[in-house]
Structure formats: structure tokens, C-alpha cells
Design a binder for this molecule. Sequence first.
Ligand SMILES: Nc1ncnc2c1ncn2[C@@H]1O[C@H](COP(=O)(O)OP(=O)(O)OP(=O)(O)O)[C@@H](O)[C@H]1O
Ligand SMILES: [Mg+2]
Length: 296
Amino acid sequence: MTIHSPTSTTDEILDVTDRTEAVNNGDASDLARTAPRGPVMETRDLNVFYGDFHAVHDVNLSFGRHEITALIGPSGCGKSTVLRSLNRMNDLVAGAKVQGSVTYHGEDIYGPKVDPITVRQHIGMVFQKPNPFPKSIYDNIAYGPRVTGMKVTDMDAVVEDALRGAALWDEVKDKLKSPAYGLSGGQQQRLCIARTIATRPDVILMDEPCSALDPIATARIEDLMSELKTEFTIIIVTHNMQQASRVSDRTAFFTARPDETTGNRTGLLVEFNRTQDIFEAPADPRTEAYITGRFG
Ligand SMILES: Nc1ncnc2c1ncn2[C@@H]1O[C@H](COP(=O)(O)OP(=O)(O)OP(=O)(O)O)[C@@H](O)[C@H]1O
Ligand SMILES: [Mg+2]
């Protein structure tokens, strides 16, 4: 497959950025009044089914390079489903079917010759519940570079860089061989972020990464995200409105619409815009109702 490496695309993307006017979201253009230029990833008419259940309908989104995009909306509207579609994690869910396209630097990640493992090396993921491996702190970080066959001359340096990048180094540098399970929840989540960045992805997907953390650990992760975006593109699902408004550059608001006959609730994108506009001047009354706490 030819999914580009993050470094080889830099010039190309800068080129595109210079030339491209705001990307219009096709039929859903009114939903994206200011889409990012030269997006790293895009979805076009993304639909996801679990068996016969239509979980999300016609999602058109563009994710800007070195931006944080927040996906928000009430429970069950399909945020995690959309997020998992962005690095083919839904391939691992029995019965899940993805239609439409998801492109990464213009290449369809569901293309016939594309290897999902390679996709996930470029587009990493951090989950809601910290999920370190039952290994030492060191081995949690070294695992990815080892199994993906990264050329590493100094693994100690790779481990240190990743832990520094995840703002965890100072807290663990004297106990690298200790089990990761001995860390606090907030430390474990930063370890999982370190593990993700150790394999040098281009995009990091985060599904409610702070929902199991206290406010102090949450603040640390939020600070970290702002640092990480200088190197990575981040897409985060969050239920925390303040978090979305604090950390993200753009916000996508989803809701779920019940089918008139079946009553099944299918998720759809209501509005996608700069975060400030979403929170200060939402275009759709459903967005306003949600962010002001009157719905969802
Ligand atoms: N593995 C699955 N099998 C069947 N249905 C699923 C599966 N995962 C999710 N769904 C359904 O798809 C819809 C969207 O779920 P999803 O988890 O994406 O929502 P969400 O917006 O992330 O919700 P939450 O905020 O509660 O995490 C829901 O109706 C859910 O029940
Ligand atoms: Mg979810």
C-alpha cells in the first residue's frame, strides 16, 4: 500500500495548503462553513452499520493538520463509531460495515490494497480506559517500535522521548522496569499516550481519554494535547463541553435521529465548525440546545 509516511507528505501537504481554498463538504456544505485547508483526513458520506442497524448516516468531515478536532454529542449518536472508522478499528467489531470513504492524505484507507495494520501505524488510538499491557513501563513503550519493525538504534532513547512527549518521564524515570499497573490512572493514560506516540503516528484518535481521570490528571492531559498538536493531528471524542472548548480548534456536533418506523436511532452530523463558533454562535438550534445543557 502507498499510505504515505508523515514525513514524506509534509512538503506536499504544505503545497496543497497554500493552494486550496476551504474544502467544501459537498451536499453537507452548509454543515461545514469553514472546513480546514489541506486536511489530513476526510470522510465522505460515511455510513456505518452494525448488522442491520444503521448507526451513523452520511458523515462528511475534514480534519485539519496540527489541529485538534473534537467530536461531541449525546450518548449513542455515533461518536465512537465514527472515530473507530478513521483507523479501521471497526474492522475488529463483528458485524460492523463501513460505507462511503475515509481518506488519509487523499488515499482511501478502505482501498482494496490497504493493510489495516499499516493504517493504524499512521493513525494511532488512545482509549477511554487506560489499557497498559501487563508489562513494565519500559516494555509498554518499546513494544510498538519492536513489533512494527521500526529501525531503532537506541531503544532507551525512544522510550525516554515518548515518555517525555507524554509528560510522564520525570515521574517514572527511576522505575522504568516496574509494572505499568502500579501507576495511577492518570499516569497510565499518559503511558498509553506515550505508547501511541512511540510508533510516530501522524494522527492520534482519542476516545474520551479523560473520562476516568480526576480534574488534575485531566488538566495534565489537556495541556499535553496542546503540546502534542504541534507534532500530531488529534481527533478527540469528549462528553466534557469545557474540554472541547478549551482544547479543540474545530468541533463536530452529532445527534441521533429516531427512524419513524423502526424507532432505531441513527447518528448524524449536525454542525461542524471552528470551536469558537460552535460554542459562541452555533448555526443549528440543536447544537445550541446541547451546548447550553438543554438537551442530551
Ligand atoms: N459493537 C456494536 N454492535 C452493535 N451496535 C453497536 C456497537 N457499537 C455501537 N453500537 C451502537 O451504535 C450506536 C452508536 O454507538 P457509539 O458507541 O458510536 O455512540 P457514542 O456516541 O460513542 O456514545 P457514548 O457517548 O455513550 O460513548 C449506538 O446505538 C450503539 O448502541
Ligand atoms: Mg463512545
